[in-house]
Design a protein around this ligand. Sequence first.
Ligand SMILES: *[C@@H]1O[C@H](CO)[C@@H](O)[C@H](O)[C@H]1NC(C)=O
Ligand SMILES: *[C@@H]1O[C@H](CO)[C@@H](O)[C@H](O)[C@H]1NC(C)=O
Ligand SMILES: *[C@@H]1O[C@H](CO)[C@@H](O)[C@H](O)[C@H]1NC(C)=O
Ligand SMILES: *[C@@H]1O[C@H](CO)[C@@H](O)[C@H](O)[C@H]1NC(C)=O
Length: 506
Amino acid sequence: MGDKQDSLDHEFANYTTCHGASRIANAKNRPHMALWTLIFLAAFGLCTWQIVDRFQNYFAYRTGTEINVQLESELDFPAVTICNFNRIRASGVTQRDLTYLWTAMYAPVMMGNPEAVQAYVNSVDWDAFNVSTELLEDFPGYVRRNGFVLNEDTLAQCTWRGVECTAQNFTHVFTEYGNCWTFNSDKNSPLKQTSPGAGNGLKLIMDVQTEEYTEDPLLGNLEYGLIFQVHDQHEPPRPELVGTAVAPGSHTYASTFQTHVKNQPTPWGQCDQNKGRNHLKYYDKYTLPGCLLECRAELVASVCKCTPMYYPGDMDYCTPLNLTACGIPTLATFLKENNEFDACGCTVPCEYTSYSSQVSYAGYPSDRAARFYETTFNYSSGYMSKNVVLLDVYYHELRSTTYEQFKAVDESGLISDVGGQVGFFIGVSVITLFEFLEYLIMKFSAFFLFSRKSSITKPNKDGLKVNNAVVFENTAAEYAEKKESTELSTIQTKPNGEKAATLEMT
Ligand SMILES: *[C@@H]1O[C@H](CO)[C@@H](O)[C@H](O)[C@H]1NC(C)=O
Ligand SMILES: *[C@@H]1O[C@H](CO)[C@@H](O)[C@H](O)[C@H]1NC(C)=O
Ligand SMILES: *[C@@H]1O[C@H](CO)[C@@H](O)[C@H](O)[C@H]1NC(C)=O
Ligand SMILES: *[C@@H]1O[C@H](CO)[C@@H](O)[C@H](O)[C@H]1NC(C)=O
């Protein structure tokens, strides 16, 4: 049995493409063999070390970023959301309503401590304000009607690529600034800018109506003017975080950049592939601001049983007092105690488009223009410098930049790394592995056959069968002997020959 196994081993050592084995098997003498064994073991050790290193390299999940700049003949224009620093217009609301709003909504925000706010809310006799029922029963409707409006009166002039646009081209949206208005909000067919430069995008002249301002000098916004945000159509605006302020009496040039970002899913990047698919309840595409707004809305809804009008949701809208007594303190506590991204499970999207703008200002209007406006719009020059904003939003260059994260070592990189190491050090390839597999099967079946053969031979003395098997065995051994006549193989064939002789005799 041992003889047959030895011959198989030797044969394998000779034909395998892992040539270190044949160097050892065919060594002329013992020192030669020892030398080759040493070389083989050293190469094997180095190879193992390198492979471990390659695997560590892969499992470090390192990434790189590729930046592509592409010039386009036309570029999707972003949505432009415009808000006013003034949340409620003076005309149309009573002083009692305003006092109530300021007392209810903005005074407690300054306290920052939920218990203090609760004590404050309990200490005031809210019924004494005798506010309009509209304010108490339909707060969003109240703000919608009495907040900042974008209509023929306030939108003095609007052009898109030189063609006139109107207030109908703006859609209403609630944010923390109350009413805001979005131009180009259509997700499915966004407008495209086809030539670069100011005047080829959106240009509007707006009256901010400073005489309508009701912001409290201690608690409200102290500024006058507009705040705008350029953003992707799928993304809800958050001007309180990323808005750009525009002052009356100036021409504001907002030169916009479009950036596409493609992230790798975890563990390489931070994005989560599954969230890309309809993870959000109220938005059809996953975006980070959408996720955060939903999370805040759910939090307020679960604690206060109402939805603030500037968050998405399907519960009843919060009243001003609900926001003061519950919504705002709940959110403030949550944001203070948690990392919003982790607590909400909001990750960056795997793919998104972001817009940013570079803003510059010029004095506006010139004396001559002021005289012209005085006759066309009936704006006195003093009124213009205090109230009128000229805003230009455009691409100064029709190009988009793509930032694409890629795996520094991907799967095929790992395979070629490992393949390179084993090939270089010990000459092993995938074919070698199959050779080894074949060798193992042969070795196993030889072992199996031999045990069966000996169990059959002894009781039955079936000479013929045994002879055949032995002859086959012998020829294999002889073949090996012929092919490489070495000391080792001749020693191995001798016992075989003896065995054959004894069996033939039986
Ligand atoms: C509340 O206001 C209404 C007008 O809006 C007025 O008619 C009424 O008398 C006021 N009630 C009190 C108690 O001040
Ligand atoms: C503005 O709205 C009008 C009417 O709805 C439409 O015909 C026009 O194409 C719109 N303009 C832009 C720039 O969206
Ligand atoms: C919300 O406001 C309504 C009416 O003012 C009140 O009945 C309700 O208790 C408030 N809910 C909370 C949670 O403060
Ligand atoms: C222009 O505005 C003034 C008040 O600012 C007003 O008295 C006058 O009637 C207006 N003229 C026109 C033509 O609208």
